[in-house]
Design a protein around this ligand. Structure first.
Ligand code: XMP
Length: 552
């Protein structure tokens, strides 16, 4: 269970609502007793992944979930008491950067052996398993890194359905030189006699990484392990949704809940799940800050009030936001002001609702992992994405986080199951501070009007040419630079617009999109022809790093 206080950063791929509301949650949780927050009702049969600091632990989780099996990641220092939401059917020990014979290297906690369940140790996990059960691990004279082939010497259930020579991905410097008592070797590589080992208790070790795509049949190996564990494969969108609805009902009882709806996929799925679970006990608050795309607030209102009939409070606060931004040019200052204003509008309207006990927010599983597995935490904060103001200390609400066991693509699948419009499900991320951080310099109503018109054309062309879903984000930035141009024999002195289109997996890194020149040309021509305040369009060809996706 995530403790938002611990969650120092959240993944940049989240939609606006996660970022903004995480900071609210951080404030709220100061008033919370931890035990209240820790009461998870979800109790799913699944595989527990014990993380030893591997960069691939999340991939293991992804693969298991792709096989419709529930799983959770915990770090190697967790206690069994900390694990309240999974009915463990088997354990995977991840890889990791340490050497097991080093002092202070992470070890498999004793309680894991006490469970008497199948264990699959991957790379470091295998070495830890061997070492702790009486085998011998030593530094290999030759590091095995990259593609390799293992040869099967004896049949084992973990290798069922695979040929005798299996292409695999290795990344290790240590190897097992003496097997622990009761273990046998089932496959070897050029470099090691013990690429796959196992004993009769279904403790299995594999020296390679089945979770990476470079091990082409790795998913089958993971699937074999799920079968060995006799773990049900019931993590499918329908049951995920049903489970969440049931949990929400149990958690909320007769209380009231508020949910800040932004129209991003996370808050939309949260809102609809809650609506299905508790109906009119839910109030959604949508704050129109005037910094959204053209017609976006109206579209959101139509979908959620119209199609879904949500209990929605639609607040037009654009004047408040725009006047608060008057004269402000510093990007960080803009972000802080927007956050502060959001919180104050949200607080004003939520306090009018009377006795609300819960605040719903769209925390996702990667955020939970981030806060649980310290080894995985990375990167300094480059921009104040999410630290936006905070609610007063005396505001007492408990948190409800229906997505906290889901990855983003699972949220999307849940959205489909809930009949959420595909446009919302597949929407490109849009930052919390909205167009304010795409206008360089002071944000004015006039500049917002110009950028909304430009953005409309960009979106229109990107969608018309079927590239929308291939891009992580595609948008325009209104620079503060004016240049000389000529139109119809007349000199012009107008603004430069920059196009920013990127491809990315998770927004942590991104590459500028190689869009066809003709498409870029069409976008440029339309902008200059249809938006009189613009006479020049440039294309941003900077990747992240060294650039960031947004300009501010
Ligand atoms: P950067 O510009 O840091 O952006 O490369 C990474 C991703 O985060 C989005 N972004 C934000 N999202 N609140 C958000 O919810 C913010 O303040 C914020 N700033 C940037 C950005 O659009 C990109 O997807």
């Amino acid at each position: 269970m995530v403790n938002p206080e611990e969650s120092k950063r959240i993944s940049a791929s989240d939609d606006l609502e996660v970022g903004t509301y995480l900071s609210i949650a951080q404030k709220l949780s100061k008033n919370e007793s931890k035990s209240k927050l820790d009461k998870d009702k979800l109790f799913q049969p699944g595989i527990l992944i014990v993380d030893f600091g591997s960069q691939y632990s999340r991939l293991i989780a992804r693969r298991i979930r792709e096989l419709n099996t529930y799983c959770e990641i915990v770090n190697s220092k967790s206690n069994l008491n900390d694990i309240t939401s999974i009915d463990i059917k088997g354990i995977i020990l991840s890889g990791g950067p340490s050497s097991i014979y080093q002092k202070n290297s992470p070890k498999i906690p004793d309680w894991i052996f006490g469970l008497n369940l199948p264990i699959l140790g991957i790379c470091y996990g295998m070495q830890a398993l061997s070492f702790q059960l009486g085998g011998k691990v030593s530094e290999s004279s030759k590091r095995e890194y990259g593609y390799s082939t293992i040869t099967v010497s004896k049949k084992h259930k973990i290798l069922e359905g695979l040929k005798n020579n299996i292409p695999v991905w290795m990344s290790h410097g240590d190897k097992i030189i003496k097997l622990p008592p009761g273990f046998k070797s089932y496959a070897f590589s050029e470099n090691s006699q013990n690429s796959v080992i196992a004993n009769d208790s279904n403790y299995i070790g594999i020296q390679f990484h089945p979770e990476v795509t470079h091990t082409p049949q790795g998913k089958l190996i993971i699937d074999n392990f799920i079968s060995i564990c006799d773990c049900p494969k019931n993590w499918i969108p329908k049951s995920v949704v049903e489970h969440s609805i049931k949990n929400i009902r149990e958690q909320v009882g007769d209380s009231k809940v508020i949910c800040a709806l932004s129209g991003g996929v996370d808050s939309s799925v949260v809102a609809i799940l809650l609506d299905k679970a508790i109906g009119k006990k839910l109030t959604c608050i949508f704050v129109d800050n005037g910094l959204m795309r053209k017609e976006e607030p109206e579209r959101i209102r139509k979908v959620f009030e119209g199609k879904f009939g949500l209990n929605l409070k639609f607040i037009n606060a654009s004047k408040t936001f725009i006047s608060a931004l008057k004269g402000v040019t510093d990007p960080e200052e803009k972000r802080k002001i927007i956050g502060r204003e959001f919180v104050s509008v949200f607080e004003e309207h939520s306090s009018k609702l009377g006795n609300v006990e819960f605040l719903a927010q769209g925390t996702l599983y990667p955020d939970v992992i981030e806060s649980k597995t310290s080894d995985m935490s990375t990167s300094d904060k480059i921009k104040t994405h999410h630290n936006v103001g905070g609610l007063p200390e005396n505001m007492k609400m408990r948190l409800i986080e229906p997505l906290k066991f889901m990855f983003k693509d699972e949220v999307r699948l849940a959205g489909l199951e809930l009949k959420l419009d595909k446009e919302i499900i597949n929407r490109q991320p849009f930052p919390g501070p909205g167009l304010a951080i795409r206008i360089i310099g002071e944000v004015t109503s006039e500049k917002l009007r110009i950028l909304k018109n430009v953005d409309w054309i960009v979106m229109n062309e990107i969608k018309k040419n079927d590239v929308y879903n291939e891009l992580w984000q595609s948008f325009a930035v209104l620079t503060n630079t004016q240049t000389v141009g000529v139109m119809g024999d007349q000199r012009t002195y107008n603004y430069v617009v920059a196009l920013r289109c990127v491809q990315s997996e998770d927004a942590m890194t991104a590459d500028w999109a190689r869009l066809p020149y003709d498409l870029l040309g069409d976008i440029s021509t339309r902008i200059v022809n249809e938006v009189p305040e613009i006479n020049r369009v440039v294309y941003d060809i900077t990747s992240k790093p060294p650039g960031t996706i947004e300009w501010e």
